[in-house]
Each structure stands twice: as structure tokens, then as C-alpha cells.
Design a protein around this ligand. Structure first.
Ligand SMILES: Cc1cn([C@H]2C[C@H](O)[C@@H](COP(=O)(O)OP(=O)(O)O[C@H]3O[C@@H](C)C(=O)[C@@H](O)[C@H]3O)O2)c(=O)[nH]c1=O
Length: 179
């Protein structure tokens, strides 16, 4: 397992060790001890989520507020997505900056998104099976979000705007400035 820090402190790309043989492959998708050592952070995941989406589906940018904030460990089991994490920690020197990384069933990369970030992704393949762990439970009342097309964030989602499929809820999210 290799961990690469991104320019946003605490947000890291994880590359699990993949053991391939004539049967196929094996990997540890999560190992609490190794994860806490490498990320240097004590995180206890309490909820696993899975979503399936078609090409062009953009989910995000989402977060939960206050005591319901969630750190997430995200990956793609099948397909390709561009995954995006935005630093919305008010005291952070990289506040308002984002990182994006392509997560695919082939590269098996994972992104660790700490608390204090907004998260989203867009599906680049025909379909994508997305899986993630959260360190806090879903709490509808605490849901927050930022508009994917926030002019100041200026996120390059790769696909053309016309090809994006976005929930009605996500289309009317505020910009970071107007949160
Ligand atoms: C996220 C979530 C949703 N739900 C329900 C609420 C709703 O009826 C249905 C679909 O919810 P959403 O439209 O919010 O799903 P989605 O847009 O996939 O939301 C997710 O987006 C990505 C980018 C994230 O980072 C996640 O934390 C989460 O916010 O599932 C739960 O029951 N538990 C959960 O943890």
C-alpha cells in the first residue's frame, strides 16, 4: 500500500498492493491498522456506501455539517470516475482549492477525503460502481453542498456540460461563497 499526500493537507491518494496470479487478483481494500499508520490519522469508519451510475452522472459536491461531518475513503470497483475533493476548512491555507483524481476499477486507487471537505465525482465510463467508507453516519438534516459549477472553484469535470446528469437537488446548491 502506497500513500501519496495531495496538495490539500490530509487528503491522500492510496494505492493498495495488488496480488495477481493465474486466478485473478487479490487486494486488501481496507486494513484499519495500515490505514491509520499510513494516513497518520485515527479514523473509525462506521458506514459503507455503494452507488451505481451511468456515464455523465455527477454526484456532488457534498458534505455534512458540524458534529455530523464525515471523512470518506472512496474507490471505484468497476468503471472510471473523476473524483473531486474541495477543501472547505475555513482555517486552511488551501481553503477553496480542490484536487481531482481518476479512480478506476483498473488502477484501484482510493482517495481519502478528510472531514472538512466537500466531495463529488463524475462518471467517465459507460457505468461505474462506486464504493466508500464513512467515519460518521448519514444525517439528512446536516447535509450540505456546493454547486459543481461554482465559478470560483472552476473544476474541470472533463465532460461537456450537456453530457452531465445531475440530480435536481444538486443543480440548485449554492456556491462556496454563498454557503
Ligand atoms: C448519502 C446517503 C443517502 N441516503 C439516501 C438519501 C436519498 O434518498 C438517496 C440518495 O441520496 P443522494 O442523492 O444524496 O445520493 P448521492 O448523491 O450519491 O450522495 C452521495 O454523493 C457523494 C458524492 C458523497 O460524497 C456522499 O457522501 C453522498 O453525499 O439515498 C441514505 O439513506 N444514506 C446515505 O448515506
Amino acid at each position: 500500500m502506497i500513500v501519496k499526500e495531495t496538495k490539500l493537507k490530509g487528503c491522500a491518494i492510496i494505492e493498495p498492493t495488488v496480488f495477481e496470479d493465474e486466478r485473478g487478483y487479490f487486494l486488501e481494500s481496507y486494513n484499519q491498522k495500515a490505514f491509520n499508520q499510513l494516513v497518520g490519522n485515527k479514523v473509525t469508519f462506521v458506514q459503507d456506501n455503494e452507488s451505481f451510475s451511468s456515464r455523465g452522472v455527477l454526484r456532488g459536491l457534498h458534505f455534512q455539517r458540524g458534529e455530523h461531518a464525515q471523512a470518506k475513503l472512496v474507490r471505484v470497483i468497476k468503471g472510471r470516475v473523476l473524483d473531486v475533493a474541495v477543501d472547505i476548512r475555513e482555517s486552511s491555507v488551501t481553503y477553496g482549492q480542490y484536487v481531482s483524481v481518476e479512480l478506476t476499477g483498473e488502477n484501484k486507487k482510493q482517495l481519502f477525503v478528510p472531514r472538512g471537505f466537500a466531495h463529488g465525482f463524475v462518471v467517465l465510463s459507460e457505468t461505474a460502481l462506486f464504493s466508500y467508507k464513512c467515519d460518521n453516519f448519514y444525517n439528512k438534516a446536516s447535509e450540505g453542498g456546493i454547486l459543481y459549477s461554482d465559478y470560483n472553484l472552476n473544476i474541470d469535470w472533463i465532460l461537456k456540460n450537456d453530457d452531465l446528469i445531475i440530480s435536481e437537488k444538486d443543480k440548485i446548491l449554492p456556491t462556496l461563497e454563498n454557503l
